[in-house]
Design a protein. Structure first.
Length: 354
């Protein structure tokens, strides 16, 4: 009778900005993980990764890494166009896979990955890490407890300042654009929070500094909820969700506080509540430690990668899985079609055969 290994042997594929600042610091410190290999095509970044993590073997390509390393799992943080081929290669070797979002650059490509994943009988987790955030989980619990009554509508903003993007992020064909980079996170969060499936979508896209770098989206759900999402790669840093219910309003502001703000219905009580929320936000541990001092990856990354490691060691299915990634990508493509055709588009069911 074989025993469960005490540590998961993990490789990191890709050593770009996200891997350097988010994935690697977590993987090096999770007690249940042994980081044994890194793949990176850029010579300078390969040298940097070896200096930061000398105990890991460094390879020029993910193909070379997979052919020469003894592994249990991989974390894929490669350019979006390489997500599917690298994940297919990893699953084909019987490895568990944590795949950064988006799952792919096209729904057709993503559909090719799903049967390979299922045939492997290994865990396939998508990097929608915000489900694991302190404030997002608090919002999920508050909604489930009926703190704001029945949900009526959702408004969200996810934006960043105009910055130098890598070449692959500047074109939609290679995986760029605000819908894939930012809105995909909020698509997943909203579906999870409102606990309903989207029925239709409309969208307006704008290209200012790079292709499709700003998107305005409206979603309608089966339970009657309407959601508006603004995502932009050139409009200043913001990540905020407001959820309106029949008994109050809930606010999730990732850059302000790690506390869920629940606002009452009347104006006088809203003013008093805002003052109290502002005081709590100012005293919030995450506000001081993480936002002002830039104290490393947010809790959501630790929890998401910890869940991946734990589920892989136990050989159980993680959540969110690749089907959640597929659903988010389906909304991205539907939004793009709605923008191109200048009309509201119905959301087609993914079907049970994916």
């Amino acid at each position: 009778m074989s025993s469960t290994p005490s540590k998961l042997k993990v490789a990191l594929m890709g050593y770009g900005r996200a891997a350097q600042h988010l994935h690697l610091p977590v993987l090096m410190r999770l007690s249940q993980v042994e980081l044994v290999a890194i793949a990176e095509s850029d010579a300078r970044r390969r040298a940097d990764s070896h200096a930061v993590c000398p105990g890991a073997k460094v390879f020029e390509s993910y193909e070379e890494l997979l052919s020469e390393s003894e592994l249990d799992a991989v974390v894929i943080s490669l350019p979006n166009s390489l997500h599917v081929p690298s994940a297919v290669a990893a699953f084909s070797r019987g490895l568990h896979v944590y795949l950064e979002k988006p799952i792919a650059t096209s729904l057709a490509e993503a559909r090719c990955l799903v049967p390979v994943w299922r045939a492997s009988r290994r865990g396939g987790m998508i990097g929608h890490n915000y489900r694991f955030g302190t404030v997002q989980q608090g919002a999920h619990a508050a909604i489930a407890a009926g703190k704001i009554g029945e949900i009526i509508a959702v408004q969200t903003v996810f934006s960043s300042d105009a910055q130098a993007l890598p070449a692959w992020k500047r074109r939609r064909a290679t995986g760029g654009g605000a819908l894939l980079d930012l809105a995909s996170h909020h698509f997943d969060l909203i579906c999870w929070l409102v606990n309903s499936s989207p029925l239709s979508i409309s969208c307006t896209l704008r290209s200012t500094y790079s292709e499709d770098d700003t998107a305005m989206v409206q979603l309608e759900f089966e339970n009657g909820v309407v959601a508006q999402i603004m995502a932009s790669l050139c409009a200043g840093d913001n990540d905020r969700l407001e959820i309106y219910g029949t008994a109050g309003r809930l606010v999730v502001d990732r850059y302000r506080s790690d506390r869920v703000e629940i606002h009452p219905m009347t104006l006088d009580r809203v003013r008093a509540q805002r003052f109290a929320d502002a005081a709590r936000a100012f005293a919030s541990p995450s506000y001081w430690k993480a936002k002002l001092t830039k104290g490393g990856p947010e809790a959501s990354f630790w929890r998401a990668l910890g869940e991946f490691a734990d589920s892989s060691l136990a050989n159980r299915s993680p959540s969110p899985d690749l089907l959640d990634g597929l659903r988010s990508l389906a909304l991205v493509e539907a939004a793009e079609r709605a923008s191109a055709e200048r009309r509201r588009m119905p959301i087609e069911p993914l079907g049970c055969d994916v």
